[in-house]
Design a protein around this ligand. Structure first.
Ligand code: HEM
Length: 449
């Protein structure tokens, strides 16, 4: 009986797989035809359709069914040396690439070194002694136990104050979502920077340069070099000032200095500076973007929004978090994670979609696509709050899984909580990115009183 049931289930799942591709193909047929026949305007409309999270999900649904793994020889990605670009779109293949760090290495090292003016940062390292040393040091300073006692109360209080002071409307990324991580950099890290505005600008351009500037735009590079010099000088000054003051303080910087005093390898002033630079770059634009995009997904789905709002009213933080992370699945901060093959290798070995990947190929692991793969996810098109947290690929996978994943998990719902508590919460205009990879505007409003 078991195998008969399995055959039926496998048939249903495959039907869903091809059904998703068919409906995506139907939805994209118009824009594709327009792109082929409509001249520059048609191409612009196609590009705009594919730039939306919905368009990306549709394109991936088609690709998962028709060409789940693909390789294009020749260097298209300018930012990092490579011999071609491959893409994998199925859940199993995305996991395979991200778990196999011996074959698929992170590429960020040269840009990391330019930002620190010397050393690498652990996200740019392959497995080895330096990686273990730096992650261990930073885990000793940024502790999971801080969440309940320090991080969540700080984030919750600041978010509540900001929303309470707003006149029935606010711009989510600029006035709320980025101000909470900036507040945490001040109160939890002990590294506020010269001002919130400057720290926001520095971390945003540095993140852009490291992770989003695949075309290698010289303008972004120039801005990043200026920002990096400013951030290095500010961090050097903050470390020196804290040491001169003589007292450590129980924040991240203070704990780093305590590790230094205890003779911990890798924790000299430069080591502390470079690790903190890496962490603050990961802290601000990421949380701001993910929070804004999660809210936009909720506001587009009345039933999901009602569930999130009911969770807030009932004080059910677990359900609120489930709503927020399910919303992020529909528009994750990082829709793709990239690696470079360090030797000739094969993904999806032994399957019809097996792909030989030559050494030097950039490999795009499409985590947005993976999270909509019906072969691995139950009813992926449905907004559900009962998915296991461990299944989400919102912050990478494998060795380089986000260092801040527990911070994200705790903080993002807290940022949205006071907004979701407001009656009549609604979007005033769609997310505006202004040609950047980040939301720079997302006005929302609510009913007064
Ligand atoms: C919603 C917010 C965030 C998102 C979407 C996000 C996303 C990611 C992703 C996708 C990766 C894996 C990159 C790769 O494998 O190439 C990653 C790694 C990393 N993230 Fe985050 N991140 C977020 C917040 C944070 C925060 C708050 C911090 C700092 C506390 C942080 C620090 C890091 C670091 C240091 C790594 C490298 C980990 C390693 O190499 O072991 N991130 N993040």
């Amino acid at each position: 009986m078991g195998w008969l049931g399995n055959i039926a289930a496998a048939g249903r799942i495959r039907l869903a797989h091809y059904g998703a591709a068919l409906s995506a193909g139907t939805a994209l047929a118009g824009p594709f035809l327009g792109g082929l026949t409509g001249g520059a305007a048609g191409k612009a409309r196609l590009a705009a359709a594919l730039a939306t999270p919905e368009g990306q999900r549709q394109a991936f649904a088609l690709q998962r069914a028709l060409l789940p793994t693909a390789l294009k020889p020749g260097q298209d990605i300018a930012a990092y040396a490579n011999t071609g670009t491959a893409i994998v779109t199925r859940h199993a293949d995305v996991i395979e690439v991200l778990e196999n760090e011996a074959d698929f290495a992170v590429v960020y090292e040269p840009r990391m070194r330019r930002l620190t003016d010397g050393e690498n940062f652990f996200l740019g390292m392959q497995d080895g002694a330096a990686y273990t040393r730096d992650v261990t040091n930073m885990r000793a300073a940024v502790r999971r136990g801080d969440l309940a006692g320090m991080v969540v109360p700080l984030a919750a209080r600041r978010a509540a104050e900001i929303v309470a002071a707003a006149p029935g409307r606010l711009d989510v990324p600029l006035e709320l979502a980025r101000r909470i991580p900036l507040h945490l950099l001040d109160r939890y890290f002990g590294t506020p920077g010269p001002s919130e505005a400057v720290m926001a600008e520095w971390t945003t351009v540095l993140f852009w340069y490291l992770f989003a500037d695949l075309d290698g735009d010289p303008k972004i590079e120039a801005q990043a070099m200026t920002a990096a010099a400013g951030l290095r000088a500010w961090m050097d000054g903050a470390i020196a000032a804290r040491k001169a003051a003589g007292s450590g303080g129980d924040d991240i910087l203070g704990r780093c200095l305590a590790l230094q005093a205890a003779g911990q390898p890798g924790m000299d002033d430069l080591g502390i500076r470079n690790n903190l630079i890496g962490l603050v770059i990961g802290f601000v634009p990421t949380i701001a973007k993910a929070t804004t995009q999660a809210l936009a997904q909720l506001l587009q789905r009345p039933a999901a929004l009602a569930t999130a709002q009911a969770a807030v009213r009932a004080g059910d933080d677990a359900l609120l978090a489930a709503c927020v992370f399910e919303a992020m699945r529909f528009d994750p901060g990082n829709p793709m994670i990239y690696r470079r093959a360090v030797r000739d290798t094969t993904v999806a070995r032994g399957t019809l979609r097996a792909l030989h990947i030559p050494e030097g190929t950039m490999v795009l692991a499409a985590n947005l696509s993976a999270m909509f793969d019906p072969l691995a996810w139950a009813a992926p098109e449905e907004f559900r709050t009962d998915r296991p947290w461990a299944q989400y690929i919102l912050w990478g996978w494998g060795m380089h899984t986000c260092f801040g994943e527990h911070i994200n998990r705790a903080v993002i719902p807290q940022i949205l909580k006071p907004l979701l508590a407001r009656p009549g919460l609604r979007q005033v205009a769609p997310i505006e990115k202004g040609g950047t990879p980040f939301p720079i505007g997302y006005p929302v409003a609510w009913n007064a009183g």
